[in-house]
Design a protein around this ligand. Structure first.
Ligand code: GLP
Length: 259
């Protein structure tokens, strides 16, 4: 696990966008695993800027998002489909028929989860997976106690996750109780993973993920078992790490090291 500690969120997001651009330059047909949430917004802004500057193209790439709320159709303003169109897809050259998310309004959500897992396998699995981190250690919507070998399936969201995401909905009761999410096993098959976390609110769970035991109580801790992970943090998110000397401090004048 490579841990990069940036002075600011801006340089951290830039670093992640840089890793994407590098990977796409080497392998334009990369299968990307994409994430939602507030943390990703700056990353997508930086990716769009690189695309507009002619430095990066997604024309040959494909993408699979981690998750979607059960019950929300793709045009629902709180759906992750909507988020992705607004924050990224509408602004870059990724082909619409190459961008995939689970269908939240599928009549049979379980069958949809199985279909989505099979589609990822058919695509040859994820090449580069982008992850955020839930305050309770979830990745995708794999809440604590998720099987560490799980595949794409339906998960019940914890109250704390629904509360954290309530800011996107009119009322707390509008936040769906279920989601279709890539499993932890699905994520672990990715060739390369980049996880990004910002802010003091994530500091405790970042320390558990990197320095704690591998445990379903903190699903992100399974990344300790992945062969190619980069964790990109700002100073606040890194503030509870004990083994500081092991990690790389990234200063603005230093180019982020390649993984
Ligand atoms: N399903 C998403 C996760 O994929 C994301 O990592 C998490 C953190 O979001 P934020 O970046 O807003 O803290 O939120 C949601 O629960």
């Amino acid at each position: 696990m490579k841990v990069l500690i940036h002075e600011t969120q801006g340089t951290a997001a830039d670093c992640v966008a840089g890793l994407f651009a590098e990977r796409l330059a080497q392998q334009p047909e990369t299968v990307l695993g994409l994430a939602t949430g507030g943390t990703m917004e700056t990353v997508y802004e930086r990716l769009i800027a690189r695309f507009q500057a002619g430095e990066m193209s997604l024309a040959k790439a494909r993408s699979f998002n981690l998750d979607e709320y059960v019950g929300l159709p793709p045009d629902h303003p709180c759906s992750y489909w909507h988020y992705m169109r607004e924050k990224l897809f509408n602004h870059v050259d990724l082909r619409p028929d190459h961008a995939f998310l689970p269908k939240g309004d599928a009549p049979d959500a379980e069958a949809e989860a199985a279909r989505y897992e099979a589609a990822i396998v058919d695509a040859g699995d994820i090449g580069l997976q982008l992850l955020g981190l839930g305050a309770n250690g979830h990745i995708g919507f794999n809440e604590p106690t998720s099987s560490l070998t799980s595949l794409t399936r339906i998960k019940t969201l914890t109250r704390s996750t629904r509360e954290a995401n309530a800011r996107y909905f009119e009322t707390f009761d509008d936040v769906p109780r279920l989601a279709i999410t890539m499993g932890i096993g699905t994520i672990m098959r990715a060739q390369e993973v980049v996880l990004l976390a910002f802010g003091a609110g994530k500091a405790e769970v970042v320390a558990q993920m990197i320095e704690g035991p591998v445990s379903a109580a903190c699903p992100a801790s399974i990344l300790q078992m992945h062969r190619k992970v980069t964790v990109v943090l700002d100073q606040a998110a890194a503030s509870r790490l004990a083994l500081r000397s092991y990690y790389e401090e990234v200063h603005p004048e230093v180019r982020a090291p390649a993984i």
